[in-house]
Design a protein around this ligand. Structure first.
Ligand SMILES: N[C@@H](CCC(=O)N[C@@H](CS)C(=O)NCC(=O)O)C(=O)O
Length: 214
């Protein structure tokens, strides 16, 4: 078996999700750096790996894949220990539901409309769009409370063990909390605060830290 290759960047939320899953499984892997925001675009040929020109893309033993949830599921099934999906059909559906909420509603709101707008935009010498942030905060709250309503009151979203849903959320929260508004909103949600404290103790989280986290 060859080492899996992750095509992506260390600043990327979705690349980090795949790296977290590989780290949790103790699978050696290689990162091939793709800067998707490079002025001239990604390298020639990258569209063959990812027709929508996003990161990450993935390859293992000649098997190419894109879309992070699919990549994470493939890694979980190919490298079985430790399993990162619950056993019961109900909990597996909950994990998929949380991943769906994160992809479809939370990522854009937490990361782009709040973190990027509050932190990255001023770093570029531009003014944050305050109306955009204010409007996003309502959605951000809905994202937090909808997932909170699915949490079972244990250490991780779905029980005493972390699942793919926890690793999908962690990189998004890692950036969201860097914006003061995100940090404030999280501190109003005790279950999220204790979840993040637990998650941030995991070596995989430390090993994949964003530069932005200092
Ligand atoms: N649906 C994709 C989303 C991946 C994604 O949006 N990645 C971001 C970086 S974290 C990206 O490539 N952004 C480039 C862009 O929006 O043009 C997945 O699940 O992998």
């Amino acid at each position: 078996m060859t080492k899996p290759v992750v095509f992506g960047a260390n600043y990327s939320v979705y690349t980090r999700i795949v790296r977290l899953v590989l780290e949790e499984k103790n699978v050696p892997y290689r990162i091939e750096e793709i800067d998707i925001f490079e002025k001239d675009g990604p390298p020639d040929g990258y569209a063959d790996r990812h027709p929508f020109l996003r990161i990450p893309a993935f390859e293992h033993d000649g098997f190419r894949l894109y879309e992070t949830a699919a990549i994470a599921g493939y890694i979980d099934n190919t490298f079985p220990e430790p399993p990162l999906m619950p056993e019961s059909a109900e909990k597996r559906a909950r994990a998929d539901q949380i991943i769906g909420i994160l992809d479809n509603y939370a990522y854009r709101t937490w990361v782009w409309d709040i973190f990027v707008e509050r932190i990255r935009v001023p770093e570029r010498g531009e003014n944050s769009d305050e109306a955009k942030i204010t409007e996003a905060l309502l959605r951000a709250e809905t994202c937090l409370s909808s997932i909170e309503n699915l949490m079972g009151g244990e250490k991780y979203f779905l029980g005493s063990e972390a699942t793919l849903a926890d690793f999908h959320a962690a990189p998004m929260i890692a950036l969201f909390r860097l914006a003061p508004e995100g940090d404030r909103l999280l501190s109003d949600h005790m279950p999220w605060t204790s979840w993040w404290e637990t998650m941030s103790e995991r070596p995989s989280i430390a090993a994949t830290r964003f530069a932005a986290e200092g």
